[in-house]
Design a protein around this ligand. Structure first.
Ligand code: SF4
Length: 705
């Protein structure tokens, strides 16, 4: 008779961070249900979370270390000791010959906080490089910049309960119904309870989220900054701003006031291709509602103007005093399950653990002192796009990729594949062996996955959950932190034989304990937390300093902001059009997004056949007029081309789009399509501050295949 156990953990997909109960027999995962005790989901799960137990296909897993000693050879099975020793020898030799910046690490918003911390310490303290970036660069880095420059800290100020308490919600660039389904259920229930709540959706496409909207602004792709400035123009004109809040708690408003004079309703309506009446309605609801909350996601962030879009939206909250109180505030929805943990541990090249900045000498000195090393490097690290440019140019000679699939997710895919193929040594630490990036691995290291590893994650509302393992990892797969620490110790012996190891960690908890001390006294102080406390009290929102008995629901309730002045800052950025305008050769604007039942590059969701029941295969969606103009029929096979590449796939008529726009699900890659997936077409233009690429806007053409 098999014994039956239940382990409380979290879902590994999106940033809602739902609690799950894993049913298992100690060896196999048998089922999953929503954790009624978890404050993020109160027992609910979406279609992806509730099928997690069906994604355990062992054929899809990397089970043993595999190594090849030449690019033309196939990888063959090896043991952990040989694999990591070989990697340490190659990295050490490369660093000795070409310097620490000749190697790099590219990691993931799906790692646990402890994994992230280990990688950060490895890169910055053992190798001596800031060349460590993560796929959060493609996800939330514009929100990071927006929060920091406007509010003074990378801290989403709200809680999920604010969604239920708000009187007016603006959802911008987010198909929340598909991307954050459980949170959307909470919003649907709130709207059913309080139908007077106003919901505004800003999205070029009429998405499933729009079904709940009282007003849908189908704006011209990329024109969000003009829209937000236009709203502020009307708020000023009508006197719907909070002068007392502006005077007491902010700076820079006079310049913004002058700036938005150039955004009158008639001009904004034309720039955004929306009606003047809708713009005025939107401004009136924002200006006259007792509480105003905004939610946003990739539509704002994945843009060459992502930082400006974030700050322009936050401007609206500061001008109306709609922050730091129930049902109000700017609230980014994190794409990945632990992109927040990555930001906290410093997993972007420009950051350091504890919300510190790599460019700040005092911050570098604090971290170096804590780690007991002389100094951290002063040379800036490379953010993702620049990192892969350096790889392409041969300046990066050894690359370690963990838990992410850049050979599908980065823009301008042909170039990314060229760069990976040419890199002398590519290590891929990964749970699934079929990802496009695994093809390029000289060394493949099998990683433990969901249900098999321990650590913590932070969700969109700053809530830290204890992630618990239920079953052992299959084959020889190991927890990411353990692989990283083992490699770090071997590299230390080669590079720093004289100093004691910085990696004497024997558990994920030991990493958490060290990391949390680096947050002490910082805005995100979570040094009052421990695994035992999380087990006792359940998931908690930071800051949670020592002595606290519970987490912090809402930030900035006292009107003080963590800029030196104590004030929040307005920013008067101009509206700039997306980088690649349409031309007669490429007359359509390509946008992309998520489907309900797939996740990212499908490394996990493609292993559960049930998840193809909703949408079986990728199609390109086009307005019926655009089909007609090209003499295409619904279902025809088409070639979709941009200046960088092409795909062949069926076309689908879709009047949720405006004429001139095309939409593609982001999930299908080379394994399923003729071509390299949606990012064969996208361009590597980046936001000047966040360095986040413009994945939501490329000019394309469609022709019959
Ligand atoms: Fe998982 Fe997100 Fe679905 Fe919750 S909403 S079950 S975290 S995918």
């Amino acid at each position: 008779m098999t014994s039956h156990h239940v382990t409380a953990s979290t879902c590994c997909y999106c940033g809602v961070g739902c609690g799950v109960l894993i049913e298992h027999d100690g060896a196999r995962i048998l089922g999953v249900s929503g954790d009624p005790e978890h404050p993020a989901n109160h027992g609910r799960l979406c279609s992806k979370g509730s099928t997690l137990h069906l994604t355990g296909d062992l054929d899809a897993r990397a089970l043993y270390p595999e190594l090849r000693l030449g690019k033309s050879l196939a990888r063959s099975r090896t043991d952990w000791h040989s694999a990591l020793d070989h990697a340490a020898t190659v990295f050490a030799e490369t660093i000795r010959q070409h310097g620490p910046d000749s190697v790099a690490f590219y990691i993931s918003g799906q790692l646990l906080t402890e994994d992230y911390y280990a990688f950060n310490k490895l890169a910055r303290a053992v190798v001596g490089t800031h060349n460590i970036d993560s796929n959060s660069r493609l996800c939330m880095s514009s929100a990071v910049v927006g929060y920091k420059r406007s509010l003074g800290s990378d801290a989403p100020p709200c809680s999920y309960s604010d969604i239920e308490q708000s009187d007016c919600l603006l959802i911008a660039g987010s198909n929340m119904a598909y991307a954050h389904p459980v949170l959307f259920r909470r919003l649907e229930e709130a709207k059913a309870r309080r139908p007077q709540m106003k919901i505004i959706v800003v999205d070029p496409r009429r998405t499933e989220t729009c079904e709940l909207a009282d007003l849908h602004l189908a704006l011209q792709p990329g024109s969000d900054v003009a829209l937000f400035h236009g709203i502020l123009h009307v708020l000023l004109q009508e006197g719907w701003i909070d002068r007392h809040f502006i005077d007491a708690h902010t700076e820079g408003f006079a310049a913004l006031e002058r700036h938005v004079r150039d955004y009158p309703p008639a001009r904004v309506a034309e720039l955004c291709q929306i009606s003047r009446a809708d713009l005025l309605t939107c401004a009136r609801w924002i200006g006259q509602s007792p509480s105003f909350l905004s939610l946003w996601c990739m539509g704002l962030n994945q843009s060459s103007a992502g930082s400006a879009k974030n700050s322009a939206l936050i401007n609206l909250h500061l001008a109306t005093g709609q922050i730091g109180k129930a049902g109000a505030g700017p609230f980014s929805l994190t794409g990945q399950p632990n992109a927040m943990g990555g930001r906290e541990t410093g997993s972007l090249s420009n950051l350091l653990p504890g919300h510190r900045d790599a460019a700040n000498p005092e911050h570098r000195a604090e971290v170096a002192a804590y780690w007991g090393i002389e100094q951290l490097p002063s040379t800036a690290g490379l953010p993702a796009i620049e990192l892969f440019d350096a790889l392409h140019a041969g300046r990066i000679k050894a690359l370690w990729i963990a838990c992410t699939n850049p050979a599908q997710s980065l823009p301008n895919q042909h170039r990314v594949h060229e760069a990976l193929a040419a890199c002398p040594f590519v290590v891929v630490q990964e749970a699934f062996r079929h990802t496009e990036t695994c093809e390029h691995a000289d060394l493949l290291l099998p990683a433990a996955s969901w249900g098999e590893k321990e650590g913590t994650v932070t969700n969109s509302e700053r809530r830290v959950s204890h992630v618990r393992p239920a079953v052992p990892a299959p084959g020889q797969a190991r927890a990411d932190w353990s692989i990283t620490c083992d490699f770090a110790r071997r590299l230390e012996k080669r590079l720093h034989p004289e100093r004691p190891s910085l990696f004497d960690f024997r558990s994920a908890e030991a990493l958490f304990e060290e990391y949390k001390s680096l947050t002490r006294g910082r805005d995100l102080d979570l040094s009052g937390l421990s695994y035992a406390r999380l087990d006792e009290q359940g998931p908690q929102q930071w800051p949670f300093p020592p002595g606290a008995d519970q987490g912090t629901t809402r930030l900035y309730t006292d009107g003080r902001f963590p800029h030196d002045s104590g004030r929040a800052r307005f920013h008067a950025d101009p509206y700039l059009a997306p980088q690649e305008p349409c031309t007669p050769d490429y007359p359509l604007i390509l946008n992309s997004g998520r489907l309900r039942d797939q996740w990212h590059g499908m490394s996990r969701t493609s292993t559960a056949s049930r998840l193809f029941g909703h949408v079986e295969a990728a199609t390109l969606n086009l307005h019926p007029e655009d089909l007609q103009r090209r003499q295409l029929q619904d279902g025809d096979l088409i070639t979709l081309s941009s200046r960088r590449g092409s795909l062949i796939l069926p076309v689908q008529a879709d009047d949720a789009l405006r004429p001139g726009q095309a939409w593609l699900p982001m999930h299908w890659g080379k394994r399923f399509l003729k071509g390299l997936g949606s990012n064969a077409l996208t361009l590597p233009a980046v936001d000047p501050l966040s360095r986040q690429p413009e994945l939501k806007h490329a000019s394309v053409e469609v022709s019959k295949a």
